[in-house]
Design a binder for this molecule. Structure first.
Ligand code: FAQ
Length: 335
């Protein structure tokens, strides 16, 4: 019902050759004009094949990031220091599962099935955010993930609320509201430890900041000059702000927040630049980024193995749900 796939199968002439119809050129012109006018594209609208593929790539990777992102935090549910912190952490992790579901549903409107997307994740073909391949070593990591990782996610995702593909944009509006709560709870947990905690707790927070700062900056993707997808995605209004500009906005927001917390960001080159009106920052280790993206980060294998075994262990639930649906359909009176 939702898929565009039928519209996108190339037309075959009687002789079996592919026809680039005048209609298709006209549809392309109309599509470009709608994008230029800032209109939203709906699932039922005509769209170029590469626009559809780019969206499937980005939205499915985004969905995978949400569900893989549940794992590092899941590691701390049984060890949260208070009932309140445990309830907050559980709610946050559940939200992330929900974000994954909205996003898989948005990607399905483009003519791909959830099983196909999950198969791509489980076989290692699909990417998910590099950040979730780092370990969560202490409770302070839960606060820092909220503050920095959700903070970076919000910076990246607020512009996607205006993405030209309407089902993705609509999903992002809801997701961003929940991400704001995630960021605030992380900051609050850190502020509590920094202002009311022991010297040991403050040192634990600083250590977590030291480990997560640089990987958080990598979440925005490679520098614009090395980002193969950016130019076309910006042209199509899928991305509204470039990787480097978002990274800069994030750094500019994080520095004053670090001062409120009383933590040091681990970059000796971090300085306010009066001329640019932004903070200058030191070089990012892009070798590490590509290594993690390529599957060789500290926890890549563990994360993928956890997702694959969750899928396999859940087979009986899917089978039971299907059996129930079939039985229920059989029992419905014929109309
Ligand atoms: N990690 O040409 P570009 C969250 C890949 S959600 C891994 O610049 P693009 C919530 C990229 O895919 C976090 N791979 O690509 C949460 C491409 O490879 P491909 C996820 C990366 O798409 C919080 C290649 O490098 N958010 O955190 C990364 O134009 C806490 C070249 O890059 C989203 O997915 C990376 N960091 O820009 C959950 C937001 N960066 O696909 C739990 C939506 C780049 O050609 C706890 N996505 N790559 O094989 C986007 O905005 C974009 O896809 C970018 C990348 C900005 C991530």
């Amino acid at each position: 019902m939702y898929t565009q796939a039928m519209d996108l199968v190339p037309q075959q002439s009687e002789s079996g050759t592919k026809e680039t119809s005048v209609d298709e050129n006209e549809l392309q012109l109309q599509f470009d004009a709608r994008i230029d006018a800032g209109e939203f594209i709906e699932a039922k609208d005509w769209m170029p094949e590469n626009f559809r593929k780019t969206l499937i790539r980005q939205i499915s990777q985004h969905a995978h990031s949400e569900i893989v992102g549940m794992l590092p935090e899941g590691n701390w549910v049984t060890r949260a220091p208070t009932l309140k912190r445990k309830a907050i952490l559980l709610a946050k992790i559940q939200d992330e599962g929900g974000h994954g579901l909205y996003l898989y549903a948005a990607a399905e409107t483009l003519g791909i099935s959830r099983d196909q997307m999950l198969e791509a994740l489980h076989s290692g073909r699909a990417k998910y955010s590099s950040i979730f391949n780092y370990p969560t070593l202490t409770w302070a990591d839960m606060g820092v993930i909220g503050w920095l990782v959700d903070g970076a996610a919000i910076m990246n995702q607020v512009p996607i609320c205006r993405c030209s593909y309407a089902p993705y944009a609509r999903a992002m509006v809801r997701i961003c509201r929940e991400e704001s709560f995630h960021q605030r709870q992380g900051f609050d947990a850190l502020l509590t430890m920094m202002t009311k905690g022991t010297a040991g707790q403050r040192a634990m927070v600083q250590d977590a900041v030291n480990r997560w700062w640089w990987p958080s900056l990598m979440m925005f993707g490679p520098p614009d000059a090395d980002s193969p997808n950016s130019a076309q995605s910006m042209r199509w209004g899928i991305k509204r702000i470039s990787n480097d500009d978002l990274r800069q906005k994030f750094i500019d927001a994080a520095v004053p927040q670090s001062e409120v917390l009383g933590v040091r960001l681990p970059d000796p080159d971090l300085k306010w630049n009066e001329t640019r009106g932004h903070y200058d920052y030191g070089p990012i280790d892009w070798k590490e980024f590509w290594q993690v993206v390529g599957g060789d980060g500290p926890c890549n294998r563990e994360r993928l193995a956890a997702r694959v075994s969750a899928w396999e262990d859940g087979a009986w639930v899917r089978q039971a749900a299907m059996a129930y649906a079939e039985k229920h359909a059989e029992l419905q009176p014929a109309s």
